[in-house]
Design a protein around this ligand. Structure first.
Ligand code: ASP
Length: 416
């Protein structure tokens, strides 16, 4: 079959288009149930397979990453760079969102006759303190079993770090063991990635067949604001950073990451996309395993530029709809809480929506406000998740470059 010889990202792209077409036809000719019940099973299988590998992949990746980094000095430097990049780019994203939402003012004068009350969405009552506390697991194995990623990462970093502090032969044995587990997980990843085009096809078809396009009309200006902000950040801010700080060609890097980006788009989950992100960054962009295995799992969980921007726009939009003018000080609180909410959001679909309640509470806006934006959240989630993954990958190449890595394939001087 010729299609097998096509590069993976083209196969995924074809899957994506075919999924959209099928969904549109299913709505035109009234056979949505076939898509949302039958075809969707293929997407569920793909998503379950990806989820199956998340926890073992994250644990082995972080532990082998930290043991590879070696001494405390290297570890400290790499962590500092990673966090500095994550916080800076998330803040940039939020400020861009703030700018666009103030310029376009999508909620001002909008009259929403309808008020959907969110179903199955418990508003999160947790504040900043809770987010920080939750990072420390009371029972690391329970966190892994529940798929609680932040505490899992925290424990894995500590575990990896203290492997490097242990005497031989244990240090070597454990280092080899976790490196071995990571190798196995990556091989498993490669197998699952082969099914990405089919999985993406089914996931997209299901979402569009379910949502349709009618829900968009009243929220059109709001969606445009989010989308413009996300596109600005993805095509201007981040490319400028990689171009000027890393000497990297944004276009070559985009090509290298395209399979992961399209998977992020259709799964709406940074965590589920992580296996592909690691694969693309190592094999296509040429980043070493040492950097990618530390930076990317962390990024998939705490670096969410798209989510951060979206949180800010959504909260400001809700304020505008309710006719509440937020002072400069309150807008500052929105910026800070949007950052925290994006750090605290899990890399799963619609996690960002629930986190908006933190911002709403902080500035005293009605929590029911999220009912206003519920209808289009899933679609915006697809975009913001892609931007989340895009920013993680830009961070990984930048950090690899700053560590003096010579194997990068996306440098702007190179022809490819
Ligand atoms: N779905 C996003 C992600 O996994 C999080 C969010 O809901 O904003 O990156």
């Amino acid at each position: 079959m010729r299609i097998k010889n096509l590069a993976l990202h083209w196969q995924i792209f074809i899957g994506l288009l075919a999924g959209v077409l099928l969904a549109v036809f299913s709505r035109m000719f009234n056979f949505e149930p076939f898509v949302t019940e039958r075809v969707a099973i293929l997407g569920t299988i793909f998503l379950r397979a990806l989820k199956m590998i998340i926890v073992p992949l994250i644990v082995s990746s972080i532990i082998s990453g930290v043991t590879n980094i070696g001494d405390a000095e290297n570890f400290g430097r790499l962590s500092l760079k990673t966090f500095a990049y994550y916080i800076t780019t998330s803040l940039f994203a939020i400020l861009i969102g703030l700018l666009f939402v103030n310029l376009i003012s999508p909620g001002t004068g909008a009259n929403f006759g309808f008020q959907q009350v969110p179903e199955n969405l418990q508003t999160t009552a947790q504040g900043f303190g809770d987010i920080i506390l939750r990072i420390i697991p009371t029972n690391p194995l329970a966190s892994m079993v529940k798929g609680d990623i932040l505490p899992t990462i925290f424990f894995s970093i500590l575990f990896g770090f203290f492997i490097t502090k242990s005497p031989d032969p244990y240090r070597q044995q454990l280092t080899d063991f976790f490196q071995g587990v990571f190798e196995v997980m990556m091989r498993l990843t490669h197998l699952i990635i082969k099914f990405a085009p089919i999985g993406v096809f089914a996931l997209i078809a299901k979402i569009i067949a379910q949502t349709g396009l009618d829900a968009f009309a009243p929220l059109f200006r709001y969606m445009i604001t989010v989308i413009l902000g996300l596109l600005f950040h993805a095509t201007i801010t981040l490319p400028l950073l990689v171009y000027f700080l890393g000497g990297i060609s944004p276009l070559a890097h985009f090509k290298a990451m395209s399979a992961a980006l399209m998977t992020a788009f259709s799964t709406s989950s940074s965590s589920a996309t992580l296996p592909l992100t690691i694969d693309s960054i190592e094999n296509n962009a040429g980043v070493s395993n040492k950097v990618s295995s530390f930076v990317l799992p962390l990024g998939a969980t705490i670096n969410m530029d798209g989510t951060a921007l979206y949180e800010c726009v959504a909260a400001m939009f809700i304020a505008q709809v309710y006719g509440i003018d937020l002072s400069f000080g309150q807008q500052l609180i929105v910026v800070i809480t949007a950052l925290l909410a994006s750090i605290g959001a899990a890399g799963i679909p619609m996690a960002g929506l629930v986190m908006i309640t933190i911002i709403l509470k902080a500035v005293g806006l009605p929590l029911e406000g999220i009912g206003l934006i519920l209808a289009v959240d899933r679609i915006l989630d697809m975009l913001r998740t892609s931007i989340n993954v895009w920013s993680d990958s830009c961070g990984a190449v930048l950090i690899a470059h700053s560590e003096g890595e010579t194997g990068l394939k996306v440098l702007r001087q190179k022809a490819n």
